[in-house]
Write a protein that binds this ligand. Structure first.
Ligand code: AMP
Length: 288
């Protein structure tokens, strides 16, 4: 009897032409096409999107592309984790039909000069702290939408502002795509899964927990009757500072417009961006 061979990982499609061919065939077969865009270094958060797509679509396309356009010059583009073989195995295990992992040169060819600039919800938070970030996101997402022409596209609530930016673009540019926003997947102790969590040392991992804890604190304060946003933010700040995190923003906002809320007498999104050492993490929760 021969020893079992380790199976080679499923193949990624690099060529846009081959991707188009596979999708055209799926469409001819009458399948609903679902798209899950990612930057790889996959975890259960990403895989939950693939699961949702698998349940709702006949043909699931996952993409892996670390998009240079959405990183600022001082950000972690070069050291962003790249784990293609492991990603391909995970995606095959969850039933993705096709994985598109293009080279940077085939996505942004010499002379590229067209960008998508979403206003409104893209201006605050990440838009402010990471200038050009959403321009990069919207431009690549529109290109992926054009390649795949999905019926449904899946995004995570973890990147809440990003999901609103994509929805805005879809609405404003009349794209015939249903955008599905899936719940944030967390570790058992509450930390939101993120590809960047792997940068954290053990001590930073412990301190990073203050982010999800302070979102929980906000929820509890509202449940116990606190309505004043400034009071809640002060308590959250205290918790983050005690863990020695550097806060970029803490915000309590109206879920659709991202306008600040002064009194929490309606559903409100609490959002945080904070740096643990060199690692910048974001998280959010619907509270109230
Ligand atoms: P990224 O690879 O970070 O660009 O993320 C790709 C997609 O996965 C985005 O739509 C994210 O919002 C989503 N995502 C990332 N982390 C999580 C998580 N913890 N739970 C659910 N979705 C997530």
């Amino acid at each position: 009897m021969s020893a079992p061979r380790a199976s080679s990982p499923p193949r990624a499609i690099e060529s846009p032409a081959e991707l188009r061919q596979r999708i055209a065939q799926a469409r001819r077969d009458g399948k609903v096409i679902g798209l899950v865009p990612t930057m790889g270094a996959l975890h259960e958060g990403h895989l939950s999107l693939v699961g949702a797509a698998r349940r709702e679509c006949g043909f699931v396309v996952a993409t892996i592309f670390v998009n240079p356009m959405q990183f600022g010059p001082d950000e972690d583009f070069t050291r962003y984790p790249r784990t293609l073989d492991a990603d391909l195995r995970l995606l095959a295990g969850r039933g993705a039909d096709v994985v598109f992992a293009p080279a940077t040169e085939s996505m942004f060819r010499p002379g590229h000069a067209t960008y998508v600039d979403v206003g409104g919800v893209a201006n605050c938070w990440e838009g402010q702290y990471r200038p050009g970030h959403f321009r990069g996101v919207a431009t690549i997402v529109l290109k992926l939408f054009n390649f795949v022409q999905p019926d449904r596209a899946y995004f995570g609530r973890k990147d809440y502002q990003q999901s609103l930016v994509v929805r805005r673009m879809v609405e404003d540019l009349d794209l015939p795509i249903h955008v599905e926003v899936c719940p944030t997947v967390r570790e058992a102790d509450g930390l939101a899964l993120s590809s960047r969590n792997r940068y954290l040392s053990a001590d930073e991992r412990r301190r990073a927990l203050a982010i999800s804890k302070s979102l929980r604190l906000a929820k509890q304060l509202v449940e116990r009757g606190t309505r004043d946003a400034a009071t809640i933010i002060t308590r959250m700040q205290g918790m983050l500072a005690a863990a020695d995190l550097n806060i970029d923003y803490i915000a309590l906002v109206e879920p659709e417009s991202l306008d600040s809320v002064a009194v929490l007498d309606r559903p409100t999104v609490a959002a945080i961006a904070a740096r643990v050492g060199k690692t910048r993490l974001i998280d959010n929760e619907l509270i109230g």
